[in-house]
Design a protein around this ligand. Structure first.
Ligand SMILES: Nc1ncnc2c1ncn2[C@@H]1O[C@H](COP(=O)(O)OP(=O)(O)O)[C@@H](O)[C@H]1O
Ligand SMILES: [Mg+2]
Length: 495
């Protein structure tokens, strides 16, 4: 590897000389400049890996040099050197991206360590950047798993839209299908990527505040308006404004938004002049907006304006090829996050994941994997910890409770009757002991395929006790006719 290049910028000849001696001794290649202006030129022409920069210099000072240098996104690491560190300078320099400050007279040993650390940090940064570049090149987009043909098609459309001049885009899809994610991708794949990405959820803010939030207000526009405040359209200037849950916008604001989209000008609340803004609006909705228009809840003209470019994200159940790749993606993600080393999923887990119909889409899948990975102590994800492992009957008690025939594998506590306690888990929001019991009984019946003797044995209770519980919980014993009369509950009079 070629020697790393250090640019020394200092107006004191003696300091430059001693720095050069030391740095060459440490194996670096040196260029030097006696003041700010030539320093800046060398920073350009020599592309050093690091700059040692004096703060006080006669022409332009070190802070100004730093500011110029750091305008370049690939700027080298900069270490500031000063005889009398002023707190203000230090703060400004660090804010501008200086790596560190060292004082004069120089402690060379300390300086050497600082230089090594700074170079290491920028090496890491470049590596991460080029890695990111590679990931992007290989998948084509950021953090989006796309394996199903539908999703691949969707993503190539998204890329086309991102690169286009379109200033309004509508994303529709059920909750959890990836609308936020796609909106961010549109921004970061567009020519606006270096501008701001600003997001707001239209259902989260009361109508009275929403207008000022979007368009800002002048000082004194209303009682609380003590100072002028910019709105989100101004904040997003040059970038992208993401309006989530656009279907919840009030009629008044729908009208105002339409005007902004058509004229690309806004007016602050209480203001008298129009301000030009350059903003791409990406709106999202999990409601069927066309239907909302038909029902009179959403302005037709606004809908047409938004829907010029409309992206529809299909629900996860319509693109099952994405399920297992998403699982892999989230397992890798949470391994890193939780410092775990889960290798994969068991065949039964895979079967359950593929059979589930994912009403909560990718978000539900992600949450399920997160939870399973928190609870799993083995190196593969077993079905035990899947929230829907018991069945999909949707009874609240069932999700609170962890089924497993697999808990006999030694994970559960050994009981005095020689049996094993199944793994249980109580959700944050609590559960109901009675529902847990009911779920147990129901599960035993299912595992015993409706055979009451067998189910009673599974639970270590008598057959009568089981029958009593079946009645109490109004569980129609499997195997009896579907439309049997409701079994009387414990409280009703005995028949
Ligand atoms: N195709 C995908 N690949 C990877 N992660 C995804 C994908 N789709 C959605 N996600 C993740 O699922 C979660 C929910 O997505 P989000 O964009 O918030 O959905 P929505 O806004 O439609 O409710 C997020 O954590 C998101 O990153
Ligand atoms: Mg969302």
């Amino acid at each position: 590897m070629a020697a790393e290049k250090i640019l020394i910028v200092d107006d004191e000849r003696l300091v430059r000389w001693s720095l050069r001696q030391k740095c060459e001794e440490w194996g670096y290649q040196i260029v030097e400049a006696p003041s700010g202006e030539p320093g800046l030129r060398l920073a350009q022409s020599e592309s050093p890996d690091l700059i040692l920069l004096d703060v006080r210099m006669p022409d332009i000072n070190g802070i100004q040099v730093l500011e110029q240098v750091k305008k370049n996104p690939d700027a080298p690491a900069v270490i500031m050197i000063t005889a009398d560190p002023q707190l203000d300078d230090v703060k400004t320099a660090l804010k501008l991206g200086a790596y560190d400050f060292v004082g004069k007279p120089l402690d060379f040993e300390e300086l050497h360590v600082t230089i090594q650390n700074a170079l290491e940090a920028s090496r890491l940064r470049t590596e991460v950047q080029s890695l990111r570049g590679e990931v992007r090149r290989s998948t084509g987009y950021h953090d989006v798993v796309a394996v199903a043909p539908k999703t691949i098609e969707l993503m190539s459309f998204v890329q086309k839209v991102a690169a286009s001049e379109a200033t309004t885009i509508l994303i529709q899809g059920e909750s959890g299908t990836g609308k936020d994610l796609i909106a961010k991708n549109i921004h970061y794949d567009s020519s606006r990527q270096n501008g701001p990405f600003v997001a707001i959820n239209c259902s989260a803010i009361p109508e009275t505040l929403m207008e000022a939030e979007l368009f800002g207000h002048e000082k004194g526009a209303f009682t609380d308006a003590k100072a002028m405040k910019k709105g989100l359209f101004e904040t997003a200037h040059g970038g992208t404004l993401f309006l989530d849950e656009i279907g919840e916008l009030s009629p008044l604001l729908q009208a105002k938004l339409l005007r902004v989209l058509e004229d690309q000008v806004i007016r602050r609340v209480g203001g008298v002049r129009d301000l030009q803004v350059d903003v791409r609006v990406v709106a999202a909705s999990n409601r069927d907006l066309e239907k909302a228009v038909r029902e009179g809840h959403f302005r037709q003209d606004l809908y047409y304006r938004l829907a010029i470019i409309a992206i529809f994200i299909p629900p996860l159940r319509e693109r099952p090829e994405d399920i297992l790749p998403l699982v892999d993606f989230f397992v890798t993600w949470y391994n890193r996050k939780f410092k775990k080393s889960i290798r994969g999923i068991s065949p039964e887990t895979r079967r359950l994941l593929l059979a589930h119909n994912w009403p909560g889409n990718v978000r539900e899948l992600k949450n399920s994997i997160e939870r399973a990975m928190i609870l799993e102590e083995e190196s593969i994800l077993r079905p035990v910890y899947l929230p829907f492992a018991v069945g999909e009957s949707g009874r609240s008690g069932l999700t609170a409770f962890e089924h497993s025939s697999a808990s006999a594998d030694g994970g559960g506590k050994q009981l005095s009757n020689g049996r094993v306690l199944p793994r249980l888990y109580i959700p944050e929001e609590g559960t109901s002991l009675e529902e847990v019991e009911r779920a147990m009984v129901e599960l035993a019946m299912r595992q015993a395929r409706g055979n009451q003797t067998h189910a009673a044995r599974l639970l270590d209770i008598s057959r009568d006790a089981l029958r009593y519980k079946l009645k109490k919980f109004e569980l129609v014993p499997a195997g009896e006719e579907e439309n049997s009369e409701p079994v009387p509950s414990e409280n009703s009079s005995t028949q």
